[in-house]
Ligand binder design. Structure first.
Ligand SMILES: NC(=O)c1ccc[n+]([C@@H]2O[C@H](COP(=O)([O-])OP(=O)(O)OC[C@H]3O[C@@H](n4cnc5c(N)ncnc54)[C@H](OP(=O)(O)O)[C@@H]3O)[C@@H](O)[C@H]2O)c1
Length: 252
């Protein structure tokens, strides 16, 4: 089964895993609306896609703002037509810190991007996908959901990803047998800005053991590339499997 000729909306596509997904979707013949806040990074993603002969349009938006998802989808549809593939990849890892010391507003901000934006985008595109009898939703999660106690000082992040996975698997059942698949993707430990941010800001916020692990990932060169991670998602996206938790480390 091929994705060629389809249209995607990829969030968090200004850098890291999202950018690599957009580029590899272009290689698969998919046109993408790429979404993030930082225009210069989106422009670079568009340039990379164009250089490979693909099509991408940049949509600069803050997905934490309520109402932004519907507006983003309208802009994507105006530019490229109906969205066939939604990749909810945008996320923040903050707030990091001892749970008792964190302001609940910072949890709320994390849920706005990591969960509510993904849900709102799904609400905006899934009905049309069902109507058309074909669609793909992939929600980028984290291995932390399998081991929530493994990231001490990252309680909010772990909770957002667990919520995202529950939403994903529940939605998958709701639309089963419609031609629309909905899956979780755990991308691995990837050499991106998010990892750099944790190394820079995690000391004293994460537990010593957790922080040391993040520093060691980098020092030991055990981080995988965004391209490697994106490639693993792309090999599964066309398939009709639904309601699954895909992990980059799965044996395919
Ligand atoms: N890197 C890893 O090791 C790792 C491990 C497990 C899971 N993940 C997951 O993989 C996904 C991608 O992570 P990454 O490492 O590539 O992160 P990244 O390099 O920090 O990129 C995150 C992207 O999300 C966008 N974003 C963040 N907040 C946004 C907002 N309010 N509105 C719109 N866009 C927003 C960022 O752009 P702007 O800042 O310009 O808005 C950026 O394009 C995330 O879901 C992350 O949780 C990553």
């Amino acid at each position: 089964m091929s994705l060629s000729g389809r249209t995607a909306l990829v969030t968090g596509a200004g850098r890291g895993i999202g950018r690599a997904i957009a580029v590899q979707l272009a290689d698969a013949g998919v046109r993408s609306a790429v979404v993030a806040r930082t225009e210069a990074e989106l422009d670079e993603t568009v340039r990379l896609v164009n250089r490979r002969g693909g099509t991408a349009v940049a949509i600069s938006a803050d997905l934490s703002a309520h109402g932004s998802a519907a507006e983003v989808v309208d802009r994507a549809v105006d530019a490229l037509g109906p969205v066939d593939i939604l990749v909810n990849n945008a996320a923040v890892v903050q707030p990091l810190g001892s749970t008792a010391e964190l302001d609940i507003a910072t949890w709320s901000a994390a849920f706005d991007v990591n969960v509510f934006a993904a849900v709102a985008l799904a609400l905006a595109v899934v009905p049309k996908m069902v109507e058309g009898g074909w669609g793909r939703v992939a929600n980028v999660s984290s291995g932390v959901v399998a081991r929530p106690g493994f990231m001490v000082g990252g309680n909010a992040y772990a909770a957002t990803k667990a919520a995202l996975e529950a939403h994903t698997l529940n939605l998958a059942e709701e639309v089963r047998d419609t031609g629309v698949t909905v899956n979780v993707y755990r991308p691995g430990t990837v050499d991106t800005g998010m990892q750099a941010w944790i190394r820079e800001h995690g000391e004293g916020r994460l537990s010593v053991a957790t922080y040391t692990r993040f520093v060691d990932y980098h020092a030991n060169s055990s981080l995988i590339s965004p391209e490697h991670s994106a490639g693993s998602l792309l090999t599964r996206l066309a398939d009709s499997a639904t309601g699954q938790v895909w992990d980059v480390n799965d044996q395919l």
